[in-house]
Design a protein around this ligand. Structure first.
Ligand code: GAL
Length: 520
């Protein structure tokens, strides 16, 4: 069965609309809806007040119609009473500004008050609904991703660093703190990378992203520990701004779920291959995307690449609120609309379908830590960023390719392409070397393997893999980089990047690789 449906926010509507919703869902072929994502203030109107009656009725209504529920914990948006009682649980941004209530995702994941309030509401939901007939999936939180720089975070960051480095001397070495007099004598001297006079330390910036990812993962895990009765997931949002190392997180969910709001079919294919790569052979689903009159065409790349579910944000368009003009499966004008008809046509085609099993023979390496490292300030200018480079290489493949992290097991692939792998920790390097020495074909691009996991320059790190060296590295006008492949001279690509564009040389016949090289 393919799961089909979307985010359903019945709390925005009077109850007579719920019955109409369920009838329309059946008409559209909906079999799964995500309920409760932003319902905290309805479920807990005050610190000691709870109201689950409305949610009981919604779940019963859906369950009796045979529609499954993906039940969300509402922890991404604490209610106003919480903010009023716990002002220090509001996040502080990079510039030192304490954010106020008024949107969503406004909390500090390291604030004790937030942690206990979020676990309390999750615990209550868990004990009430774990046995409900309609429950198919738990949806923890929503798109983890808030970065905070407050004192709670500073204290947690120091604990994280102490566990990672053991003593200040090791931290000093890893962070190259002798540059600009940043040497610390104890962990208490370390701060989050808050706004500062000039450029921040790249190793500190990168470790802070890793720490934020781990802190949020800890919060996810503590919620997951309370949940039972159905598989557990959380929805991953894609993009460079989010401090979540999804490849690691993917090991902690029962089903990988992505939210994807791209503009082209090629980007959708990339996201689908990435989700499948994160899932490492397990199931994955499209948890959110935007409904449209092209729903069937848009769903196709995900389905072709093994999606086990196609869900939207959201079921019924919101009359008010910040996203009132976001497309919906049931638009403001109601079901007698091209969007609803198209969505229903897709629902009908999915009714008897099973997910496709995909076996890819090539892999493309995508690493969020590399992407973060490439967001450091003051790097040599580059004509094309990390994501754009990886996506360009992805477009060079005709069919599905597994998009995997650098430490994935690569042995089964005929070809591995690792674009712009700037950051190369020992484990990733080992995986590539094992792959090549086992006869694998590896394609690297410009600016690969330039720094280690602490952003320290590692000249010649890839010499054992490519039999070629970066020969020039100019800040102005830009970079010139060499890449080549396997020591025995099999297919190679050379690319030189300049500030204004890219000059690329194909050293040997790319047809051999089954690749089409695309111009930018
Ligand atoms: C997602 C989010 C949804 C909704 C959607 C459309 O990122 O999870 O709640 O906001 O974007 O903007």
């Amino acid at each position: 069965m393919i799961r089909f449906g979307g985010d359903y926010n019945p709390e925005q509507w009077p109850s007579p609309v719920w019955a109409e919703d369920v009838g329309l869902m059946l008409r559209a072929g909906v079999n799964l809806v995500t309920v409760g994502v932003f319902s905290w203030s309805r479920l807990q109107p005050g610190p000691d007040e709870f109201d689950f009656g409305w949610l009981d009725r919604v779940l019963d209504l859906l369950g009796s119609a045979g529609i499954g529920v993906c039940l969300a914990t509402p922890t991404a948006s604490p209610p106003p009473w919480f903010t009023r009682l716990h002002p220090t649980a509001m996040p502080i941004n990079h510039d030192g500004v304490r954010l106020s209530h008024g949107s969503r995702d406004t909390y500090c994941v390291n604030a004790p008050a937030y942690q206990s309030a979020s676990l309390e509401i999750t615990g209550r939901l868990a004990s009430r609904y774990a046995g409900h007939d309609a429950l198919r999936l738990w949806h923890v939180h929503n798109e983890y991703g808030t970065t905070c720089y407050c004192d709670h975070c500073a204290a947690a960051f120091r604990r994280w660093l102490a566990a990672r480095y053991g003593d200040p001397a090791t931290l000093n070495d890893a962070w190259s703190t002798d540059f600009w007099s940043q040497r610390v004598s104890n962990f208490d001297e370390v701060l989050p990378p808050r706004a500062t006079q000039y450029l921040s330390n790249p190793a500190q910036l990168l470790d802070y992203r890793r720490f934020v990812s781990d802190a949020m993962l800890e919060h996810y895990r503590s919620q997951r520990a309370l949940l039972s009765g159905a598989p557990v997931t959380t929805n991953f949002v894609l993009g460079g701004w989010v401090p979540v190392d999804h490849a690691r997180w993917a090991r902690e969910v029962d089903i990988v779920a992505i939210d994807d709001y791209p503009t082209t079919l090629a980007e959708r294919a990339f996201a689908a291959d990435l989700a499948r790569g994160w899932a490492r052979g397990g199931p994955w689903m499209l948890m959110e995307h935007a409904p449209s009159v092209e729903a069937r065409e848009i769903a196709q790349p995900y389905l072709d690449r093994g999606a086990t579910g196609i869900l939207y944000f959201q079921w019924r368009a919101s009359r008010g609120g910040a996203e009132q003009w976001h497309p919906a499966m049931v638009p403001h004008e109601g079901p007698d609309t091209p969007v609803f008809r198209e969505i229903s046509a897709l629902g009908a085609t999915l009714r008897d379908r099973e997910p496709v099993a995909v076996t890819a023979t090539s892999a493309l390496i995508y690493d969020e830590q590399t992407m973060w490292a490439l967001q450091s300030p003051h790097l040599p200018p580059r004509a094309e960023g990390y994501e754009a480079t990886v996506k360009r290489w992805h477009r060079a493949f005709d069919g599905p390719v597994d998009v995997v992290p650098p430490d994935a097991s690569l042995g089964e692939y005929d070809l591995v392409v690792a674009p712009l792998l700037y950051l190369l920790p020992a484990a990733g390097h080992r995986a590539l070397r094992d792959y090549v020495s086992g006869g694998g074909r590896l394609v690297l691009t410009f600016d690969s393997g330039l720094v280690d996991e602490h952003c320290r320059v590692t000249p010649g790190a890839l010499d054992d893999l490519i039999g070629a060296r970066r020969i020039q590295h100019d800040l102005e006008p830009a970079t010139a980089t060499v890449l080549r492949h396997t020591p025995d001279g099999r297919p190679a690509v050379l690319e030189n990047h300049y500030g204004g564009g890219v000059v690329r040389y194909v050293a040997t016949d790319l047809d051999d690789l089954g690749l089409t090289l695309l111009e930018i």
